[in-house]
Write a protein that binds this ligand. Structure first.
Ligand SMILES: Cc1cc2nc3c(=O)[nH]c(=O)nc-3n(C[C@H](O)[C@H](O)[C@H](O)COP(=O)(O)OP(=O)(O)OC[C@H]3O[C@@H](n4cnc5c(N)ncnc54)[C@H](O)[C@@H]3O)c2cc1C
Length: 436
């Protein structure tokens, strides 16, 4: 999460500095007739469109940024933070316009006709304001639908693309209403590039939403095992040659029928034969129907791989902690290590409410093959797994790194506990099983 925070702070700070580079000359110049209200509208407007542009760029899933952000899950987290920040800044911008507008009317407008861009911008002023006002209401509604978790993910997914045309409209609003002098300052070209990248990203997102380009691998279900007592489905799929392989710990978006793609960790290690498998826990309306609706031979589409939960580190010792279905990246890694051992000492803590003997036996087999020490933790009997519990078994925390996958609250509690006991914070790696 450090990268998400750092990137967010830098984006806001750099935008404000660039805006100041356009604003300060207007205050420091000899005539100095700049009004505070105008400066405020420009500042909030610039910040809002930059936040929205960058949020859209992340939605287009640029691979290079994914690597830097340590995974698509973190990239989406930054996308969300930028979206929320845009909502707040745009709300302030919208509210403030009422005050500025009355000052504008008091000051009156120039009667002399103006040529060139200035004349065009002047002529478009009222239309751009009106369109911005309408678009803001759209942003507000779409943001509420995205943030309110009670609104089903399926419907959120079907409405979220509407941000793209709304953004295009807001680009027009911003281009017309940005002070002409700002275009010739440092802000102008940077903003131009950011907006162009935002427009391109928007087009990529629309292409993807409407499947104008479809680079998903197509496959067929070749195996289904339903573990009824833990309401979990194991799915094996044979993919076509578009699937180029994956690393243990990565995930993919799986589409079945008309349903939106859902992310699942790839359970199987890659053997070059197009086989991939998934372990899917019934956690909601879509996952709960799969055991009834999916059958051998059905067509599925798989997009990916994504994620950087790759177990790469220079620490001699690794601690793995999984909660519930967060076990999947570790199974993939154990299967990989079974064939390609790396000589690292691994302690694997797996926490579930109760024992599931068949699953525990399979985990034990994978752990033995990988040379990992498996520690099963049944929280109904033993309580929640804590940092002290882990440190009692692996006291050498300073020379270890931790790989965690499971509920966010469990991850946060373990991270803070382990850091207090001596784990360097950068050595705690976490996969967020949440994208909204
Ligand atoms: C990186 C990653 C890896 C995952 N790996 C696994 C795994 O190996 N096994 C497993 O059982 N689960 C995994 N999940 C969780 C799984 O994606 C959700 O449980 C599933 O999508 C829920 O869908 P639903 O319609 O049944 O539930 P809903 O009730 O509709 O959704 C429950 C929650 O799941 C998330 N979700 C739902 N649909 C989507 C979607 N289309 N795209 C992204 N998130 C969505 C949302 O946060 C939502 O709030 C993973 C999630 C992520 C982000």
């Amino acid at each position: 999460m450090t990268r998400v925070r750092t990137a967010f702070v830098w984006i806001v700070a750099a935008t404000l500095v660039m805006w100041l580079s356009a604003e300060l000359p207007l205050w420091l110049g000899g005539s100095a007739t700049r009004r505070f209200g105008d400066a405020f509208m420009q500042g909030t407007g610039v910040l809002a469109i930059v936040l929205m542009s960058l949020s859209l760029m992340l939605a287009a899933r640029p691979r290079i940024v994914e690597r830097w952000m340590n995974g698509l899950d973190k990239m989406y987290r930054l996308h969300k933070w930028l979206g929320i920040a845009n909502l707040i800044v745009a709300a302030v911008h919208w509210q403030a316009y009422g005050f500025v507008r009355s000052a504008e009317l008091d000051a009156g407008t120039s009667a002399a006709p103006i040529d060139g861009w200035a004349g065009f911008a002047e002529a478009q002023h009222d239309t751009a304001v009106f369109i911005g006002d309408q678009a803001w209401k759209f942003v507000l509604v779409l943001s509420i639908l995205a943030l309110v978790k009670r609104f089903p993910y399926r419907l959120f997914f079907k409405t979220h693309w509407l941000f793209v045309p709304t953004y295009f409209v807001l680009i027009y609003h911003s281009v017309v209403l940005l002070d002409i002098s700002a275009w010739t300052s440092l802000l102008g070209p940077v903003l131009g590039i950011v907006m162009a990248a935002g427009i391109w990203s928007g087009i990529v997102c629309l292409w993807r939403s409407f499947r104008v380009t479809d680079d998903r691998a197509i496959g067929n279900v070749v195996g289904i095992t339903y573990h009824e007592s833990v309401r979990t489905l194991e799915l094996e799929v044979q993919l076509d040659s578009r699937w180029k392989g994956h690393e243990a710990g990565q995930f993919a978006f799986l589409s079945t029928g008309e349903e939106a793609p859902h992310p699942f960790t790839i359970l199987s290690a890659w053997r070059g034969d197009g086989r991939v498998s998934f372990l899917i826990k019934e956690l909601g309306d879509y996952t709960s129907t799969l055991s009834r609706t999916l059958k051998t031979g059905d067509e599925v589409k798989v997009e990916g791989p994504w994620g950087t939960f790759d177990f790469a580190s220079d620490a001699p010792r690794q601690i793995w902690i999984a909660g519930g279905v967060g076990v999947t990246p570790f199974i993939a890694r154990m299967r990989h290590l079974g064939e390609h051992p790396d000589g690292k000492l691994v302690d694997f803590f797996f926490s579930t409410p109760q024992s599931y003997p068949e699953g525990d036996r399979l985990l034990d087999l994978d752990a033995r093959a990988a040379g990992a020490n498996l520690h099963l933790h049944f929280s109904d009997e033993a309580g929640l797994i804590t940092a002290e519990h882990v440190a009692a078994i692996v006291p050498d925390l300073a020379n270890a790194d931790v790989w965690f996958c499971g509920p966010a609250a469990m991850g946060a509690a373990l991270k803070s506990g382990l850091v207090k006991l001596g784990l360097p914070p950068v050595r705690f790696h976490q996969e967020l099983f949440e994208m909204r």
